[in-house]
Ligand binder design. Sequence first.
Ligand code: ARG
Length: 467
Amino acid sequence: MKMWSGRFRQPLDPDFERWQRSFEFDRRLLVYELAASGAHARALKSAGILSSDELIGILQGLRQIGEKAAASPAFLEDEEAEDVHHFVEKQLVALIGETGYKLHSGRSRNEQIATDLRLYVRAAIDQLRHELAEWCGVLVDRAEQAADSAIPAYTHLQKAEPVLVGHWLLAYVEMFLRDAGRLADCRKRLNVCPLGSGAAAGATLSLDRDFIAGNLGFDDATANSLDATSDRDFVLEFVSALSLLAMHLSRWAEEMILFSSQEYGFLGLPEAYSTGSSAMPQKKNPDLLELVRGKSGRVLGHATALMLTLKGLPLAYNKDLQETQEPLFDSSDTLLQMLPLVTGWMKAVEFHEERMGEAAQSGFMNAWAGATYLVKRGVPSRLAHERIGKAVQICVERNCELQDLTLEELRSLSPAFAEDFYESLSLSSVLAVHDVRGGTAPARVRQAVVAARQRIESLREEVHAHA
Ligand code: ARG
């Protein structure tokens, strides 16, 4: 039986009937639909609509539906169910008879879908934050293992200054910990329960909304029924947070692709995550990284699609809202699949530390440190910059590095140069000079590793507390 057939004299056009169904994709909300239905049934009992026996029958029926779905995916093949709400009603009636129809007393699918989606996003956030902790954990492991090896830092993709490999990797940890924080913010705001909002104006029975909210682990009940049944901000916030996460993964992937090219040669691609070419026998391609970069585009597209779907909707529920589900599910699936893969890749990638180190010591990466040497000897910064610039110009003409100039040549540029200038140009001195919090001096990076581990540990504890 349809959930709304009474008013209609004609059956639906069969193509329209198939086309408007959402069960094909909202079946994945079944566990949440069952949990929310259980809470509603309990409230119906307290409101005097269900007897104890009816409540027990409904709860047993709901449990059985969950067990059947877990045991066999074929159970969810249902050509008739319009959506997950209809499916549960149909199955419940098949299992326990007409009492099953009592479950829908005083509620609307509008509040149900709003509730199911909040429960779904909440669970997805917890899973994603768990995966983010694993991913950041591996980045920090690799940062620590890299010890004192250096890599060039680039600005404008031109060599800028040497940094520790650990410092470079910890830059990514910052991005991903921000992503975990954004997801936590989104979780806080979404954790309120729409049940009891009815179709638009509020439930028609006096249901204990605080009980229902608490039963489902929500912090509170929503404050306004019109908003509660039509609000999908939490979907948009979640997918927007995911699009930032995907954008960060894409930037990471792009850099790994560049650094694994022969021209850079900083990284050896792990074979387990690369593929060959059907034509060129020599090839090993960074497919995992390319797909990470490519898939970030679709998540960003989903965030845009959601904004466009929502922007023209008058209050309250409109069927357009059904269109928010697929972009949501696809975004969350995409990231949940991607994070363990990049984590595996990062564990396996080889760092060619010698090659990185050579690159970090050529191309005047010590020029700013050289200018700093002059500044510390009283030369005004602008003039020091200019003198070192002149020295670089001579080197470029001669195809050598700053440390290859004689002291005599240097002193003709500025009398402030002395023998210890050469020491200030060495890789270890250049690194050590960046001795500020957040800088690349080795002691600072060691502290940063410890601090990052603590933050990842707190993230793990928060995720654990929600489990
Ligand atoms: N499948 C619907 C959705 O996702 C459920 C709510 C239907 N409500 C309605 N009034 N037709 O939005």
